[in-house]
Design a protein around this ligand. Structure first.
Ligand code: SF4
Ligand code: FES
Length: 251
């Protein structure tokens, strides 16, 4: 296959960016998107040019490191697919493909297609954990969890923290990510003691980080590679309201 990759190039956070066209040929339809970028980068290095910076780690859809706007859609046009799992056979020979970094105020561009997602880490640091006494592992049946609750918690825990929800949202909102993280702990018995404080602390950190507000566009749900439902946002809002009515503070 022969493709034209139209890629956002930006030297650094404060530098101006621009779109640059690169023609790449001899691309196998079985290559993943990131392998195609690898091929492009090898050729750029051979020509003495700076390779395109992009994030990646597992390349199997589980770590959440990769992510870019592909033709204006976070992770590309195929549902429930991270960009590392997108394959070139989905494209026609000769296609021009536009690649841009996540576009959101809370995710500033570091270089080319790489953005700073530390704001997500700070939301997790605010409450995305449970506090337990260390020691030997507790007996497995000490705290039974009903199967429907375990299944629901697992659904929420499937969030890989990629940031596609924020990038696709017209408001740059992080509600889907935050709701998934709050809910997967808030459903389980181990998460109950800190449930109110967790909801308040994580939501208030999310707001302080400069993410926008949810106005139910549902773009986040449409592009989420793990199928996280916006139902979790309703649950998060209920948790937050209940905590505030009880006078709970985040700190
Ligand atoms: S909710 Fe979905 S899109 Fe958002 S960070 Fe989690 S996995 Fe990515
Ligand atoms: S590189 Fe890990 S999800 Fe894409």
């Amino acid at each position: 296959m022969k493709l034209t990759l139209r890629i956002w190039r930006q030297e650094g956070p404060a530098a101006p960016g621009r779109l640059v066209d690169y023609e790449v040929d001899a691309i196998s339809p079985d290559y993943s998107f990131l392998e195609t970028l690898d091929v492009l980068n090898e050729r750029l290095i051979e020509r003495g040019e700076r390779p395109v910076a992009f994030d990646h780690d597992c390349r199997e859809g589980i770590c959440g490191s990769c992510g870019m706007m592909v033709d204006g859609v976070a992770h590309g046009p195929w549902r429930r697919t991270t960009v590392c799992q997108l394959h070139m056979r989905q494209y026609r020979d000769g296609a021009t493909i536009l690649l841009e970094p996540w576009r959101a105020k809370a995710f500033p561009v570091i270089r080319d297609l790489v953005v700073d997602r530390n704001a997500f880490d700070r939301i997790i640091q605010a409450g995305g954990y449970i506090s337990v006494g260390t020691g030997s592992a507790p007996e497995a049946n000490l705290m039974p969890v009903p199967k429907p609750v375990a299944d629901a918690a697992f659904d929420a825990a499937a969030c890989i923290g990629c940031g596609a929800c924020v990038a696709q949202c017209p408001n740059g909102a992080a509600q889907l990510f935050t709701a998934a993280k709050i809910s997967h702990l808030g459903l389980l018995p181990q998460g109950q003691p800190e449930r109110d404080r967790r909801a308040v602390a994580m939501i208030e950190t999310m707001e302080a980080e400069g993410f926008g507000y949810c106005s139910n566009f549902r773009e986040c749900e449409a592009v989420c590679p793990k199928g996280i439902s916006i139902d979790w946002i309703a649950r998060m809002n209920r948790d937050y309201l209940r905590a505030k009515v009880r006078g709970v503070e985040g700190e």
